[in-house]
Design a binder for this molecule. Structure first.
Ligand SMILES: O=C(O)c1ccccc1N[C@@H]1O[C@H](COP(=O)(O)O)[C@@H](O)[C@H]1O
Length: 245
C-alpha cells in the first residue's frame, strides 16, 4: 500500500518509538523556537539515530537561514527538509540545490487561489504539503490543529484506477485526527497524510495511543481506496477486452 503517513513534532524517545512501531513512513522533528514541539540539535541527533533506517526523518524549519539549515544537516542528517515559512519558489529551489536534500514545501490553503499558488512550487519542491492557513495572529504557521476545506483540493490527485500508484506529489495536513483522517483521504485521495496536534493530549505532548489509532485509521482508509481502485481496474480491463471481441 503506498500511502505515506507522517507523524510530526516528535520530541521524546517513547513517542518516536510509538510512531515507528505503528509503521509511520515519515517522522518529523520541529526546529522552531516558538513551537511547543521544538527540539534542540542534541535531542534531534539522538532521536534521529533512533529512527534511522526505520522511517524517513523530516526536519521542519520556518524561514531558516542557510547557517541554521547547515547545522541541522550536519548534526541530524534528515532525509527530507520541510519548509514551513514564507519561502518562495526561488528560495525553495536554492535550498534544494545548496543542500542536496529533497524538500517538501508547506503551503497554506484557505481558498481556491491558494491551490493555484501552490502549483508555483511544483518545479522547485520535491513534494508539497497542503496545510491549513494559520488563523490571523497565530503564533505558529502550522501545527494549529485546524483543518481546511478539503473539497478545495479534490482535483489534486487524478481520479482513476492508478490513483494510488503514481508519484507522490503532495501530503495533506491541518487538523487531521484518527477520527477524521479516513474521511479526509476519501475526499482528497491524498497520497500522504501528516499529523501533529491530532495525536496529542496537550500542545507538544504526543499520545502514543492516538499515534497508533491515526496510523491504523489511515491505513484502513487506504486499503479501502485500494479495493475500489482494483475493482475499477478490473472493470476497465473487462470493458477493453469486450471491445476487442
Ligand atoms: O507543529 C508545529 O509546532 C509547527 C510549527 C511551525 C510550523 C509547522 C508546524 N507543524 C506542522 O503543521 C502541520 C499541521 O499540523 P496539525 O496536525 O494541524 O497540528 C503539520 O505538517 C505539522 O508538521
Amino acid at each position: 500500500m503506498s500511502l505515506d503517513i507522517k507523524i510530526c513534532g516528535l520530541s521524546t524517545p517513547e513517542t518516536l518509538d510509538a510512531a515507528l512501531g505503528a509503521g509511520a513512513d515519515l517522522v518529523g522533528l520541529v526546529f522552531f523556537a516558538k513551537s511547543p514541539r521544538n527540539v534542540t540539535l542534541d535531542t534531534a541527533r539522538r532521536l534521529a539515530a533512533r529512527a534511522r533506517g526505520r522511517a524517513s526523518l523530516v526536519a521542519l524549519t520556518v524561514d531558516a537561514t542557510d547557517a541554521e539549515l547547515a547545522a541541522i544537516i550536519e548534526k541530524v542528517s534528515p532525509d527530507l527538509l520541510q519548509l514551513h515559512g514564507h519561502e518562495g519558489p526561488e528560495r525553495v529551489a536554492a535550498i534544494r540545490a545548496r543542500f542536496g536534500r529533497p524538500v517538501m514545501k508547506a503551503v497554506g490553503i484557505a481558498e481556491a487561489a491558494d491551490v493555484a499558488a501552490a502549483r508555483a512550487y511544483e518545479g522547485a519542491a520535491d513534494r508539497l504539503l497542503l496545510d491549513a492557513k494559520p488563523p490571523r495572529g497565530a503564533m505558529l504557521p502550522g501545527g494549529n490543529g485546524l483543518p481546511f476545506d478539503w473539497s478545495l483540493i479534490a482535483d489534486f490527485t487524478p481520479a482513476g484506477p492508478d490513483m494510488l500508484d503514481g508519484p507522490k506529489p503532495f501530503m495533506l495536513s491541518g487538523g487531521l485526527t484518527p477520527e477524521t483522517v479516513g474521511e479526509a483521504l476519501r475526499l482528497t485521495r491524498a497520497p500522504g497524510v501528516d499529523v501533529s496536534s491530532g495525536v496529542e493530549s496537550a500542545p507538544g505532548v504526543k499520545d502514543p495511543e492516538r499515534i497508533v489509532a491515526f496510523v491504523q485509521a489511515a491505513r484502513a482508509a487506504a486499503r479501502h481506496a485500494r479495493g475500489i481502485a482494483t475493482s475499477v481496474r478490473a472493470v476497465s480491463r473487462r470493458a477493453a477486452e469486450d471491445m476487442k471481441t
